[in-house]
Design a protein around this ligand. Structure first.
Ligand code: PLP
Length: 395
């Protein structure tokens, strides 16, 4: 196959891999090795000096991992990719690469709980501050970008309230000022949203979620411009060392093949369940991308997302205890953090993923004690709905 661009579904299966280069093996081989032998001392010298292409040691690069990185770069419409041992290894590598003492990071109104923890650590130990912003208009952004804002960090949909950020708007303002825009695209996967095509600079994934899709890997991916990826690869990845294992990269390559098929089913199931929950008398509030409660979000969704996704948050009437009682009544749906798996999962953000966020901050992010987040799986939607229904009956 030459450099022809295929459609997303095709690239998800073929991109980054040529079987001719691997004895005709249909599936990418697993190079489960820590190191690579040199034919001579001089060859080793040339590889270390960067004068000759080739592998050295798996923390610095591995052929199976490279296929994954190239495939993800293609799907995210970026120039290059870099794989990590976890989503947080990817987030920390990017944020430490883009900032130095005295800088600020401008963040969307909500971020993943451990990203919040990392921002605190950067502030306390390295004097790298952060601000949270609604990013809802040009005026707001222009006011909140300060002279020492070193990067903009966005989650959209925002976890767990599903509020959207207009990526094109933020990118247009940031680009003029030369400030890189980083997007955690975990909730969408490149099948639903490609931030780089909207002018953003760097995309991060917790590949643990939809990219893997089967709940058996912890990994992260970064996609961006080649020189930025090379810089991260040679500094924060090489020397801090959150490298993915070749076996996990191999499992991710297997998962990605079915990403479009899985995402379609996640989205279809979620839209059925949204209809059920929206009309349920025990449900207080429903949070779903494009939800009409958020003015503008429908417009943003149409503009930047292919479909609203497979995650639904909702609050139920009552207290924290009511929410916990409801969870304990579920039979098919599993109580677990993480998302994007074949199994439907439910979690309680206030005591689980966002427990590290102080309560006042949590309220500002819209995370009440009765809020639940459902990661809709691939089961028959009728069975998921029946389970929700019987548990709601019992509270
Ligand atoms: C899970 C998650 C992360 C962290 O990824 P790990 O693979 O668990 O390290 C970061 N961002 C979002 C939005 C996530 O859901």
């Amino acid at each position: 196959m030459e450099n022809k661009n295929f459609r997303f579904e095709t690239e998800a299966i073929h991109s980054g891999y040529l079987s001719d280069e691997h004895q005709g093996s249909l599936v990418p081989p697993l190079y489960q090795t820590s190191t690579f032998t040199f034919a001579s001392a001089e060859q080793g010298e040339r590889r270390f000096a960067g004068q000759e292409e080739g592998y050295i040691y798996s923390r610095l690069g591995n052929p199976t991992v490279k296929i994954l990185e190239d495939r993800m770069a293609k799907l995210e419409q970026g120039e290059a990719g870099l794989a990590f041992s976890s989503g947080m290894a990817a987030v920390s590598a990017v944020l430490t690469a883009l900032t130095k003492t005295g800088d600020r990071i401008l963040c969307s109104q909500g971020v993943y709980g451990c990203t919040y923890g990392l921002l605190q650590l950067l502030k306390d130990k390295y004097d790298i501050a952060h601000d949270f912003s609604l990013m809802s208009s040009k005026e707001i952004l222009e006011e909140e970008i300060r002279p020492n804002t070193a990067c903009i960090y966005i989650e959209t949909p925002i976890n767990p309230t599903m509020k959207l950020v207009d990526l094109e708007l933020v990118a247009s303002i940031a680009n003029q000022r030369g400030i890189p825009v980083v997007v955690d695209n975990t909730f969408c996967s490149p099948y639903l949203q490609t931030p780089i095509s909207l002018g953003c600079d760097v995309v991060i994934h917790s590949a643990t979620k939809y990219i893997c899709g089967h709940g058996d890997v912890i990994a992260g991916i970064v996609v961006g411009k080649s020189d930025f990826i090379q810089q991260v690869s040679r500094t924060t990845q090489k020397d801090i060392g959150g490298t993915v294992s070749p076996f996990d990269a191999w499992l991710l390559l297997r998962g990605i093949k079915t990403l479009p098929v899985r995402m379609d089913r996640h989205c279809e199931n979620a839209s059925k369940l949204v209809e059920f929950l929206r009309n349920h008398p025990k449900v207080e509030k429903l949070y779903f991308p494009g939800n009409s409660d958020y003015v503008d979000d429908n417009r943003i969704m149409q503009k930047q997302m292919k479909k609203p996704g497979g995650l639904i948050s909702f609050s139920i009437k009552g207290s924290k205890q009511t929410a916990q009682l409801f969870m304990n009544q579920l039979k098919l749906i599993k109580i677990a953090v993480s998302l994007g798996d074949a199994e439907t999962l439910i979690q309680h953000p206030a005591t689980m993923t966002h427990a590290v966020v102080p309560v006042e901050e949590r309220r500002k992010m819209g995370i009440e004690d009765t809020l639940l987040r459902l990661s809709v799986g691939l089961e028959a939607w009728e069975d998921i709905q029946e389970d929700l229904d019987q548990a709601l009956e019992k509270i």
